[in-house]
Write a protein that binds this ligand. Structure first.
Ligand SMILES: Cc1cc2nc3c(=O)[nH]c(=O)nc-3n(C[C@H](O)[C@H](O)[C@H](O)COP(=O)(O)OP(=O)(O)OC[C@H]3O[C@@H](n4cnc5c(N)ncnc54)[C@H](O)[C@@H]3O)c2cc1C
Length: 394
């Protein structure tokens, strides 16, 4: 059985994999390029089999205890009046706000805490090169250290450089024509427990969400074709957003003013990662590095914790790394492909260009909010709810 494992990336997927592997007694090292554990990020939700995984890891209740306390979603007009309201379904947890709604940083921290005593964490370093001999992967780090591992698990997120090094040219990204920025701003008395979503003409949206840290999470999104903005520095990205949202209305001036002082600015131009294979020799991809579905799909964290668990279980069951990686891909791929089934039209539907389009969207949402719906995402996303069967791991 492989014993010595290197994981690169210490966010949701990396920490979940580390926590799952140490339970089986693996010798795990995690390397993260950031100088320390990364807090930050907005509301993410964990649904279905993802919750089963957290339960199996003994973390479900802790994740629920750290919930954002968000009670639903309200689409608002420019003056703040409600156009449509979706409250979280207490029975199913479904709707735009899920029952297990947690901040990305809080979930990553929970998983990190579950792994940190038994795994070795190396912050502020990254992989510079990977070579293989018949028995091991030989990893050279930027710090100059050289180590041997039985397997290397790449959990570096959507822009993974190790993926590009090992699987050069294999990713066939699917761009979703949506640019997003998330950051934390001071809370004001008008911020309630609802996710407030405002559409501005010009394919723009602005939203505010509660958290349990006494602050408010802001999101700006812009429906447009990608033009390389993900590679700009933060100063240029902020200047771009200030320009694009200057006249958006509603609470936007407050949000733009606070953007300058925020220390957890996260910017992304959405693209799905589409890889024909997830492993090569002793290297395997997981989480967004393997299959980023984008926040539009609403399954990123669910896929990350599920993939982590399945990969760890398969490594524990097989003597050969290749057999473990093959079984992992076989069991995860149907769920991933289903989760990625977001029609490209979805961001457009949620970002009308004209005031008339916004009125139509509000009308449709107003009708949808009257009926029991499983999730708003499932209305536009079209996934069938394909999930991994965990019963083989009992
Ligand atoms: C700071 C932050 C904020 C986020 N905010 C949101 C949000 O608000 N909403 C949302 O839907 N999603 C957000 N995401 C993305 C979300 O976490 C993922 O879509 C999903 O949870 C899958 O996680 P992942 O672990 O696969 O990838 P990610 O969460 O992207 O984590 C990748 C990790 O790998 C590290 N890394 C990258 N390259 C290297 C390298 N070469 N060597 C070593 N380490 C590397 C990164 O620093 C990061 O810690 C955020 C991610 C981060 C890192």
């Amino acid at each position: 059985m492989p014993r010595r494992i290197l994981i690169t990336g210490a966010s949701i997927a990396g920490n979940a994999t580390a926590a799952s592997l140490v339970r089986h007694g693996f010798d795990v090292t995690v390397v993260e390029r950031a100088p320390a554990f990364r807090e930050g990020g907005q509301n993410i939700d964990v649904r279905g089999v993802g919750r089963d995984v957290l339960r199996r890891m003994g973390l479900e209740q802790a994740a629920l205890d750290r919930g954002t306390g968000e009670e639903g979603t309200v689409w608002v007009e420019e003056d703040g009046t409600e156009a449509a309201r979706f409250e979280t379904d207490a029975a199913t947890g479904d709707g735009p706000t899920a029952e297990m709604e947690i901040l990305r940083g809080d979930l990553a921290r929970l998983l990190y805490d579950a792994a940190r005593d038994d795994a070795t964490f190396r912050f502020g370093d990254r992989i510079a090169a990977i070579a293989e001999d018949p028995h091991t992967a030989i990893v050279t780090f930027e710090s100059g250290a050289i180590e041997r591992y039985d397997a290397v698990i790449v959990a570096e997120g959507v822009g993974s450089s190790t993926r590009e090094r090992i699987f050069a040219g294999e990713n066939d990204p699917r761009w979703l024509d949506l640019t997003l920025a998330y950051f934390t701003i001071p809370r004001t008395p008008g911020d309630d427990r609802m996710w407030r979503w405002y559409n501005a003409p010009g394919k723009r949206s602005v939203s505010l969400r509660p958290d349990r840290h006494g602050t408010t999470r802001a999101m700006l999104s812009l429906q447009k074709q990608a033009a390389g903005e993900q590679d700009w520095d933060v100063g240029r990205q902020k200047a771009f957003l200030r320009r694009c949202f200057a006249d958006a209305g509603w609470e936007t001036p407050r949000i733009l003013a606070a953007m300058d002082d925020t220390d957890d600015f996260y910017f992304d131009v959405l693209r799905q990662v589409r890889m024909p294979r997830w492993s090569s020799g002793r290297v395997v991809l997981t989480g967004d590095a393997a299959w980023c579905a984008t926040p539009v799909a609403g399954v990123g964290a669910t896929l990350a914790v599920t993939g982590a668990y399945v990969l760890a279980e398969e490594l524990a069951r097989h003597d050969s790394v290749a057999a473990a990686f093959g079984a992992y891909e076989q069991h995860m791929r149907p769920m991933v492909e289903d989760g990625q089934a977001v029609p490209k039209i979805a961001p457009r539907l949620l970002h009308p260009s004209s005031r008339l389009g916004i009125r139509l969207l509000h009308g449709v949402l107003g009708i949808a909010s009257q009926k029991p719906i499983r999730t708003l995402a499932s209305k536009v996303a079209g996934g069938k709810g394909e999930e991994v069967d965990l019963s083989r791991y009992t």
